[in-house]
Design a protein around this ligand. Structure first.
Ligand code: MLT
Length: 325
């Protein structure tokens, strides 16, 4: 028995030594960041910009893997069950918090399945439509939607997605349910908006700014208290007659639960650097957003944000009584 205990103690100290040695030399190979939505959409865009900058600092390639479906919960589930070694990460948005209540049968326990790296950005939303959609402004859109509720189609990226939440806020503000059309992300939804297969969408500026400025889609409003520098001609929801319809979409970088603290700290430092990278700052500005400040790009700040947002959305979703299952 004594011999067995001694053997176990040696094995344990060897495992511990290997583990911390790995944490000290991390990263030694390619890192994967899962985006829980389709390629070409707003989460994908933000992730690729940040991953490129982090890769320079970490000295390893970072590949982005798109695992879309079920409002982001499939991708989150994939990372929740990955090895906690720092080589599989998740970049997700507000949907991480809302899905915790919207999905009563999630494959993971949101608050216990992840470790935290830091907040990444907070992105304004825009209410947009296909280019030839009839209403000329937000007031006209509200009147048209109320009169044609069974015909107006609203694209979103599945239940719990940012576009779904924003679409729900719009329908609730005008007290009219419209026809929703779910996609695996607003990348493919944008393709259909451009092609005229769907009428309207509420989506992040990181996916809509280029199309709005290029005149390939119509913009009715930004969901911010003030107009955006990058879209000075687009009125706010307040100006357009929907006061109080304001929403911004925060994003965070996560690792599976059990990732060594040295690794999440290393990733957090790299994230902070990436968010100051001149290319990231400039591209974010062109897309109507700003990187999270350094104190927010930390494990503690993301943990507090996620906990606070789950608490904030739970009673709202429960009162609405609408779940994903
Ligand atoms: C959303 O609506 O949640 C996002 O637009 C998802 C995406 O990145 O496609």
């Amino acid at each position: 028995m004594k011999k067995l205990l001694a053997t176990l103690a040696v094995a344990a100290s060897f495992a511990l030594a290997t583990y911390s040695a790995n944490a000290q030399t991390y990263p030694e190979r390619t890192i994967t960041v899962v985006v829980p939505f389709a390629a070409g959409g707003p989460t994908d865009t933000v992730t690729r910009l940040v991953a490129e900058a982090m890769s320079k600092d970490l000295g390893q390639q970072i590949v982005v893997e798109n695992v879309g479906g079920a409002g982001g919960t499939l991708g989150a589930g994939r990372v929740a069950s990955a090895d906690p070694d720092g080589y599989m990460l998740l970049l997700h948005h507000i949907g991480m918090a809302t899905a915790a209540t919207l999905y009563r049968k999630l494959a993971y326990d949101t608050l216990n399945a992840f470790d935290y790296v830091g907040l990444v950005t907070e992105v304004p939303m825009t209410i947009v439509a296909r280019k030839d959609f009839e209403p000329a402004d937000l007031k006209g859109l509200v009147e048209y939607a109320k009169a044609n509720a069974d015909k107006v189609t609203v694209a979103n990226a599945g239940i719990g997605a940012a576009s779904h939440l924003c679409g729900m806020l719009f329908m609730s503000a005008i007290q009219t349910p419209l026809v929703t059309v779910p996609y695996k992300g607003t990348g493919p939804a944008m393709t259909d908006l451009l092609g005229g297969q769907v009428d309207i969408m509420c989506d992040q500026t990181t996916n809509t700014t280029k199309q709005i400025l290029g005149g390939t889609i119509k913009a009715y409003a930004v969901t911010t208290p003030k107009r955006l520098d990058v879209l000075p001609d687009v009125p706010t929801t307040d100006e357009g007659g929907l006061p109080g319809m304001q929403v911004a979409i925060w994003h965070g970088l996560y690792a599976p639960k059990g990732t060594p603290a040295e690794v999440t700290e290393r990733l957090s430092k790299s994230l902070q650097l990436a968010l100051k990278d001149p290319n990231v700052v400039a591209r974010f500005a062109e897309l109507g957003t700003v990187p999270s400040p350094e104190p927010d790009a930390t494990p503690a700040a993301l943990k507090a944000k996620l906990e606070g947002e789950i608490t904030r959305w739970k009673p709202i979703i429960e009162a609405a009584g609408q779940y994903a299952d």
